[in-house]
Design a binder for this molecule. Structure first.
Ligand code: TYD
Length: 213
C-alpha cells in the first residue's frame, strides 16, 4: 500500500535530454523540504537489475525486440518489489526513477516496432502496473541530442549507436505516450536553460501533487 504522503516520480527523454541534472536539482529541493528522496536508474537499481543492465547495454549482438522488452520488464519488476513499493509504503518518501514505463513504450514499443499495446499488456499486472503520479518528459530534438552526446564524448552503448531514424521513432514514441497519458506525463521543454527547466518541473509537481517547494 502506498502511503498518502509518498510519491513516485519518473523522468523520461532521449539521450542528452538533461534528466540527470534535473533529477539532482529536484532532489536537493525536496531534501531541503525534509522529504526522503530515493533515486534509481533503469534498467538497474537492484543487484539483479544491474546484471540485466550490463547484459543488455553491453550486448555486442542484436537482441530480439520481445526478449529486450522482457529483460527491461524483469529489471523493473524486481526494482518495484524489492525497493520502490516498500519505500512508498513509508511516510514522506519520494522515489525518483530515471526512466520507467515510457522508455519501454518509446524504445521497444515504437523504435523496435513491438507496438505500444504489447508494452502496456506486459505492464498490466502487479508490480508492473504501478504508475508514477507524475512523469517529466524532457523534450529535445534529434540535433540537440546528437550535439550533447558528441560534447560528452563517452563510449557509445547499445542504444547510442543507433541512427537518426531510430531517434525519430523514439521521439514519436514519447509523443504517443504523452497523448495517451496526458494526466500523468508532463512535457517539459528540455532545450531551455537549466534553471527555467527546474522551475517548470517545480510548478508541474505542485499542480500534480500539491507539493510546493
Ligand atoms: P542509460 O545509460 O541509463 O541511458 P540514459 O543516460 O540516456 O538514461 O541507458 C539506458 C538505456 O536503456 C537507454 O538507451 C534507454 C534504454 N531503455 C530501453 O530501451 N527501455 C527501457 O525500458 C529502459 C528503462 C531503458
Amino acid at each position: 500500500m502506498t502511503n498518502q504522503d509518498s510519491f513516485l516520480l519518473s523522468f523520461e527523454g532521449i539521450e542528452g535530454s538533461g534528466k540527470s541534472t534535473q533529477i539532482q536539482l529536484l532532489t536537493q529541493k525536496l531534501e531541503a523540504s525534509n522529504y526522503t528522496v530515493e533515486y534509481f536508474r533503469e534498467p538497474g537499481g537492484t543487484s539483479f537489475g544491474e546484471k540485466l543492465r550490463s547484459t543488455i547495454l553491453e550486448s555486442t549482438t542484436p537482441i530480439n525486440p520481445l526478449a529486450e522488452a522482457n529483460l527491461f520488464a524483469a529489471s523493473r519488476a524486481q526494482l518495484l518489489s524489492e525497493k520502490v513499493l516498500p519505500l512508498l509504503s513509508k511516510k514522506n518518501h519520494i522515489v525518483i526513477l530515471d526512466r520507467y514505463l515510457d522508455s519501454s513504450i518509446a524504445y521497444q514499443g515504437m523504435a523496435r516496432g513491438l507496438g505500444i499495446e504489447t508494452i502496456l499488456d506486459l505492464h498490466e499486472h502487479p508490480p508492473l502496473n504501478t504508475r508514477p503520479i507524475c512523469t517529466f518528459y524532457l523534450q529535445i530534438d534529434i540535433e540537440t541530442s546528437m550535439q550533447r552526446q558528441q560534447n560528452r564524448g563517452n563510449e557509445k552503448d547499445y542504444f547510442e549507436k543507433e541512427n537518426i531514424n531510430f531517434y525519430q521513432n523514439l521521439i514519436d514514441g514519447y509523443e504517443l505516450a504523452s497523448t495517451r497519458f496526458p494526466e500523468r506525463i508532463q512535457i517539459i521543454n528540455g532545450k531551455s536553460d537549466q534553471n527555467k527547466i527546474h522551475a517548470n518541473i517545480l510548478s508541474a509537481l505542485k499542480e500534480k501533487t500539491g507539493i510546493e517547494l
